[in-house]
Design a protein around this ligand. Structure first.
Ligand code: NAI
Ligand code: MN
Ligand code: ZN
Length: 338
């Protein structure tokens, strides 16, 4: 079979590998579509602290089960599935309180172990979620990115009355917009980015207002429009953003962060406590696949709006280059396998 392997930082090969056999409790997925994510590019460039090499990347993928290991019902062969990349131990403290995404022994498929940019991928059977017939393969490949938005919003508990501010209109910001509008019915969603094409996409994904915060300081724009955000999500993840979000937030607001920057950011306790702000962080997803599949089946979220390209897996290098460098026309790129 063909696999996209990052042999070491900066070196990608399309390798021929032997067909893997599913171990006990695993299924083998014949991959159909796999989405490219920023973290795949980070692993390629050696910028992901968790990655070990050589590594088959890819953690947003769907396909069909074509073999099962011991303890797995053979009736699952032929099932169309999408794969949750979060592999957890099931018994540590975080696992025991429903937070497998921060398991002591967390393994992320496509990061800590081989992933979905491959003709076949063996994964724990419990991580392979059946796709209802009403969803296309393209939608199925988009479940994982929406689980990130499902996870952070589950922490933040948005309500219709919220005035939300989102930093960043990349794939993460766009999925968050869709969930805030389509699932929680948030009245007003304002999105800040500095790329005009991305702000257009924010509109197309349901934003009520957009701001180019490089042209005009956000504080100025919000003051002019009389807006005090009650819910802020940082989906751009620069260390300067959290201090500013704290500044702009309404009293009693909630702020959600999802960045992995190791740079310090300067905040003081008073600015948080005086307004009794709540700050939540979110990593990956804690068993949110069924929820997102349901949202898609109900038409509350529309993954097609993020997909700008679909490319044969053989052209993975060009696809990664496009994804990284063309922020005007490119958002989500799907690789086609099989
Ligand atoms: P992206 O790089 O495609 O999008 C980020 C957007 O933010 C860009 O459009 C950029 O122009 C904009 N931006 C940058 N600085 C800004 C600023 N100061 N104000 C407003 N906009 C600004 O990235 P993507 O894929 O959307 O991911 C966003 C972030 O989320 C990344 O840092 C990534 O590491 C993080 N992430 C976190 C996850 C988690 O589970 N916690 C999962 C996936 C991504
Ligand atoms: Mn991803
Ligand atoms: Zn655990």
């Amino acid at each position: 079979m063909k696999s996209v392997v990052i042999e070491q930082p900066g070196r990608l090969t399309l390798a021929q590998r032997p067909l893997p056999q599913p171990a006990a409790d695993e299924v083998r997925v014949r991959v159909r579509l796999a989405g490219i994510c920023g973290s795949d590019v980070h692993i390629y460039h050696g910028h992901n602290p968790f990655a070990r090499y050589p590594r088959v990347i890819g953690h947003e993928f769907c396909g069909v089960i074509d073999a099962v290991g011991a303890n797995v019902d053979a009736a699952r062969i032929g099932e169309r599935v999408t794969v949750d990349p979060v592999v957890s131990c099931g018994h540590c403290y975080p696992c025991s309180v429903g937070r497998p995404n921060v398991c002591h022994q967390l393994q992320v498929i496509g990061v800590h172990r081989d992933g979905g940019f491959s003709d076949f991928s063996c994964v724990p059977a419990a991580n392979a979620y059946r796709i209802p017939d009403v969803l296309s393969d393209r939608q199925a490949a988009m479940v994982e990115p929406f689980t990130i938005a499902a996870n952070i919003t589950a922490h933040l508990q948005p309500t219709a009355r919220d005035v939300a501010l989102i930093y960043g209109a990349g794939p993460m910001g766009l999925t968050v917009i869709q969930v805030l509008k389509g699932v929680y019915g948030v009245r007003q969603v304002i999105v800040a980015d500095r790329i005009a094409a991305r702000l257009e996409m924010a509109f197309a994904n349901g934003a009520d207002e957009v701001v180019d915060n490089q042209q005009t300081p956000l504080a100025e724009v919000l003051a002019q429009r009389g807006i005090r955000p009650t819910l802020i999500i940082d989906a751009a993840c620069h260390p300067d953003i959290l201090p500013q979000a704290i500044e702009l937030a309404s009293p009693a607001a909630r702020i959600g962060i999802m960045g992995f920057s190791a740079e310090p950011c300067v905040i003081n306790q008073q600015s948080i406590t005086a307004k009794e702000l709540s700050i939540f962080s979110s990593r990956l997803n804690s068993a949110r696949f069924p929820q997102v599949i349901e949202w898609m089946a109900e038409g509350r979220i529309a993954p097609e709006r993020l997909i700008t390209h679909s490319v044969a897996a053989d052209d993975v290098e060009a696809a990664l280059h496009l994804f990284e460098h063309d922020r005007q026309t490119c958002c989500k790129v799907l690789l086609q396998f099989g």
